[in-house]
Write a new protein. Sequence first.
Length: 691
Amino acid sequence: MDAGAVVISWHQAFEEHRIPTTRAIEKQLRANASRDKEKLRGLVGGCYREFLATAEAIVALEEKAQVAEQHISSISHNCRPPEYDLARRQLPTEKVTLAQFRLLQRCYTTSVTCLQNLDTLKCSKLTLLSRLLLRSLDNENSLSSSLEHMRRKVGALRQRLLRQVNVILVNPTSTIPVLVDAVCSYCLVTDASSSKALDHLHDRRLDKLRLQLDGTSERSAICEALRYQLASLQAFKTLTGHSVSEAMNMLQRKAILADPAVRELESLDLDRTWPLLPEEIQTFVPYFQRTSSTSEEAHAKLEAWSKESSGILEKAVNEHLAQFTDPAEVLELRRELFTLLLPVYFSTPAGKDIGKCIRKSLNDHMSAICQDHGSRLNKIAEELVSASQSSTLGSSLWSPQTVQTHSDRGGLKMIRRLKARHLGLNKSLSNATKALDDWIAGIHVAKDQINELSKTRWRDMIEEPDEDQEDEATLEIRMLGKDDPDYYNKSLQESAQNAVSEYESRLAAAASEAVSQPKDLSRVVYVVRAIRISAAVLSRTFEDETQESKLDEKMHDLHKVIADEVVRQLSEASRDTNRRSKRDINQLPDGMPSPKAFMALRRLCRVMADIGGTDLWTIPAVALVKKAVAAEIFDPEWKGNYLETDFDETFLRAALQDVADVTKSKATETEKTKSAIEYWSRTKLLFGVLA
């Protein structure tokens, strides 16, 4: 086998070489494997021996290090100066006094540093120790001026400390451990009990809440105040437990100078002054009044605080809501407030009472907004009814001012005038129409906004309740998503109903007044148009609420007054014309009415046009006019003023009465009747509103 040949597998060996050669290759490979195995064993054995040697060296060095440490410790012990038993001899008074004064100075400087680092508990301990040292040195006349100076400095430091404690107490971001330290600091500085300290916390939080809402009624301030109230109640709930009591008990278990946090302060230099301090200083333990509240008293205090804070918040909410007449603003505030309350609804003491307080303010104002919206309709009715009786239409469409109106933007001004003229609207009626449309649009918008409340997923917002709180959570969600919207809709509906009823009563009263004064026809026409536009607008939205029977009855009376006026003017015009007109009836062609009958209808149309436009002559109004005019024309006493032939009578009956009635009354003259009816059918368009 060549030195450079490579055999990959035994198949290759048997295919490329003969059997003797293959056996030689096998022997060579086995020899190489044995040689490599021995070489590997030698390498591994050498590394293992080196590892064992290294481990033995490490153990030896460790033993030498321990011996060296023991030797150094013995040298340190031998170099320490001998301790003297100070109890065997009386300490010099001057040294004791100077040691206390030195400690007093160092307590003050260290307290200032602690206060700057916001370590109020350590600062309060040192302040209390400073006051104790001042009392101990009170009789030292040699240090009177220095002590007075230190007393003022310690007093000023105490005030700064109390202010810092109050800042921590009212800070909503203060954690429970920080609040506990602040409460303990307050007790150390003021000698107050834990109950009084918590009362102080309640008062400061209440003052902070008032300050937040004082002089402002912004929505952001109200939301922030609610957030502050909820955070305060949760903090009170935790502090009312054993947190404060346990912390104060820990303070009373050891002397202040025995506390490692104080003893290890290098700035106090206790290693030098400690042997010279009196025993009452070394062993001083703070004392607290043990007047902690029971669980019932604590719960009552929480409820009282919650009630008072809710009253402050309710006042601010009412002041804020007083600025708005738009339901959207109220509902948006409602959403924001309950978005803050619901996530902590069950974990916050008196969370249910806070929700009731907020809901009461919102519901009362929503009801007031609904009532105010109804009163707007009353104002519209008052303005409409009290409008000028002499109010007339604007200038004619063919006046120079109207004809020369610019036609820019499609002649919108001209189109508006044309529509107003066609509908018989003057300025007062146009304003009333627009106001009614705006009022109804406001009702629709308010309804849509209220209905949106039921789509809010309040269940996703509310805090996960316990098993015994499931019913309360379900009730709260139902009140927010169903009961409150139903109440708002009911208030809005009742307000609208009352407003519409009052509106129609005013129109009915105006109609009765106009009917009682039939000579003032312009007032009658004005009231007719006012009722017409009101009914047209209100009926589109309030079909059930509109008292159509009352308005229809008043409209009938008004139309009757107008019909009587039409008859009066027609009668006067016909008498004047009849005195001037003398014609021979024999010259009239057959199948045609006489000029007198024809002109009677023309005069009737002219009188109706003079009284009011086409907007006034509805089907009921024209029917009443026809009935009244027919009674005048066919009266035997005045009959000669309007007709000359039998054909005239049939023609006028066809124009003023129902065709069936005409046919029935002229049953014996079928041909003449048929001819008169056909003639009226061909010519009725000449008579405008009578057609």
